[in-house]
Design a protein around this ligand. Structure first.
Ligand code: KIV
Ligand code: ZN
Length: 386
């Protein structure tokens, strides 16, 4: 089946780097940008150039370095922001300016003390101005998740008239349900005149743990770009996690969608970003967490030892993890003990295994995990000579 491509817009270096404690220096950003390109992302959002001289410098250095991916800089719908971003991106082979403004009733009233018509005018002027510097201009309708669909469609239509190339529909506050977010994208596809001239993009935050589900609902309903970060880092509860959306599409070929990501680099890239940002990945994180391919209960271990696919839907090698691991705990069974004992050099008979297993359980009840070196001690206490 011929699959439709979903473009991956990585914002680890912008939305991700905004997180307290995740700040990177220019050199670290260059190394990550290089890796993102190797990974196969289509767009790298390198920063928010007007925010600081350091960020300007980083965006400019990344623009010079990157060969294949589009390099993008964020701006508000403000002339000076756009001029500074254009300057930072001037050496990029494929530059994109990402400009935008809040569109929800709450943003229009409380942030801008404005009204819908004035917001449309500011949005149109920003896109028109950005187009005087670069061809590729993306617009974000901030808080689109809580924006009335009829108004959202109106603003999108006006922006298409002035040549916007990508329409970003952020669920900025992570509020939407997947059905709701999917329906929003479908509504825009069906009601915005000229929508085929622009790509719809999903930018979902994870406040309710729905960022990945919402992004998938978005592409199923016609969006063709997902904005995401390595390890799902980003404002508050984070953004859509790159590794998750890539693997959801890969593991569900019937969706007819795929990305250009080299999934074998996912685990290593996750480690690299975690280490450089000093941001630990939770062990139970999907795809890249330390426990994502670790099995510790007896029932699961028995299944995995017989056939990995009984409890694993992804081959760990596909995401760059060397192998599944069988962790020994007090919940482990004989199959797991025999399996690990064999790895460390003991080929136990059934009778020997019964004896060692009794000692193992006593020992395991006193520990969180039984390590390979503990197995030698347990075998010795059991009085087994092999
Ligand atoms: O979450 C958001 O709305 C954003 C925009 C700046 C794209 O990060
Ligand atoms: Zn965001």
């Amino acid at each position: 089946m011929n699959k439709d491509k979903v473009e991956i817009f990585d914002t680890t270096l912008r939305d991700g780097e905004q997180v307290p404690g995740c700040k990177l220096d220019a050199e670290q950003k260059l190394v990550i940008a290089e890796r993102l390109e190797e990974l196969g992302v289509d767009i790298i959002e390198a920063g928010f150039p007007i925010s600081s001289p350091g960020d300007f410098h980083s965006v400019s250095s990344i623009a010079k370095l990157v060969k294949n991916a589009t390099v993008c800089g964020l701006t508000r719908a403000v002339k000076k922001d756009i001029e500074v971003a254009a300057d930072a991106l001037k050496h990029a082979k494929k530059p994109r300016i990402h400009t935008g403004i809040g569109t929800s009733a709450s943003h229009i009233k409380y942030k801008f003390n404005s009204n819908e018509d004035a917001i449309i005018e500011r949005a149109v002027n920003a896109v028109k101005y950005a187009k005087t510097f670069v061809e590729d201009v993306e617009f974000f309708a901030e808080d689109a998740g809580r924006t009335d669909n009829v108004f959202l469609a109106r603003i999108c239509e006006e922006l298409i008239k002035v040549g916007v190339t990508v329409l970003n529909i952020p669920d900025t506050t992570g509020y939407c349900l997947p059905e709701e977010y999917g329906a929003k994208i479908k509504y825009l596809k069906e009601n915005v005149k000229g929508i085929h001239k622009a790509t719809l993009s999903c930018h979902c935050h994870n406040d309710l743990g729905l960022a990945t589900a919402n992004s998938i609902a978005g592409v199923v309903n016609g969006a063709r770009q997902i904005e995401c970060t390595i390890n799902g880092i980003g404002e508050r509860a984070g953004n859509t996690s790159l590794e998750e959306v890539v693997m959801v599409l890969r593991q569900h070929p019937t969706l007819g969608l795929d990305t250009g990501i080299n999934s074998k680099l996912l685990y290593d890239t996750s480690l690299m970003v975690s280490e450089k940002m000093g941001m630990i990945v939770q062990p139970n994180k999907a795809i890249v967490g330390a426990n994502a391919f670790a099995h510790s209960s007896g029932i699961h271990q028995d299944g995995v030892i017989k056939n990995r696919e009984t409890y694993e839907i992804i081959d760990p090698a596909d995401v760059g993890v060397t192998e599944s691991s069988i962790i020994l705990t007090a919940r482990s069974g004989r199959a797991a003990l025999a399996y690990r004992a064999k790895i460390v050099g003991y080929e136990l008979t059934k009778v020997q295994l019964d004896t060692v297993y009794k000692e193992f359980l006593k020992f395991a009840d006193t520990r969180k995990e039984v390590l390979d070196e503990d197995i030698h001690q347990i075998v010795e206490i059991s009085g087994i000579t092999t």
